[in-house]
Write a protein that binds this ligand. Sequence first.
Ligand SMILES: [Zn+2]
Ligand SMILES: [Zn+2]
Length: 295
Amino acid sequence: MKIRFWGVRGSIPSPGQNTVRYGGNTTCIEVRSDDGHVMIIDAGTGIFPLAQTLLASMPLNVHLFITHTHWDHIQGLPFFIPQFVPGNKIHIHGAYDPINHRDIREVLSRQLEYSYFPVREAELKATLDYTTLRERQSVQVGDATVTCILMNHPVLNFGYRVDCNGKSMFFTGDHEPLYNIYDPEDEDYEEYKTFMDQKNDAIAEFIHGVDYLIADTSYTTDEYPQRMGWGHGTYDTSVAMARAAGVKNLIFTHHEPTRGDDELDKLFDQAMANYEKKPGDPELHISHEGLEFEW
Ligand SMILES: [Zn+2]
Ligand SMILES: [Zn+2]
């Protein structure tokens, strides 16, 4: 099994001299099963350079999993070149939009209206099929199984777990661990706490024991109070989630677009310095474009 990062930013691409080492593209992760089946999680701008490497092995049979449809997770999709080439098969999976009552195809096809893009969906030459997933639904991709769970974000966001021959990884997409929205004096505090604990526990159980947990780590703990409820995690919440889930490796990702390379180096050094690693605790990593793990 193999994972490779093609985009590690949240919110908006951030090219420039200060982001050369970590990269400026938005979220996109390539996952390969032992047998070489290609899965892509999210279609941020990182999917464009990924596509260049796929062109050599056409015709393609690719499974794309969308965590959620905020721009930074789908804005590269119209420029995913393999969808213009006849003979390629692209299977797209994602969540239902309960606010606007649209399935994943309807949500994504809006990007291909003439107001936004010169090529309509009907003109794409590859064979595209769409699956609107229910929570905990599994999709078989060759020798790999991909299963989704609802995370905590202002829009429905699926985290995806990929299992292949006893190896596994999980990507949170955008996720803020649940916190209590009531004050301890409020009468609803205890009831909400029970709900919150159950949901956080269910997520930890779902992720349990994966080899690689890739987690939304947008903020520092100092920044978090001003950004509570925006739907993102911190270095500390990601470490807590990784410990609760008993994972082997934790990879911080979805970096703030304003952070340059030096600042990310510093934040990772700080996270390592604050981390009192005990037996069974995961190894920590920080994502950058081109980071790859094969196991
Ligand atoms: Zn995002
Ligand atoms: Zn988001």
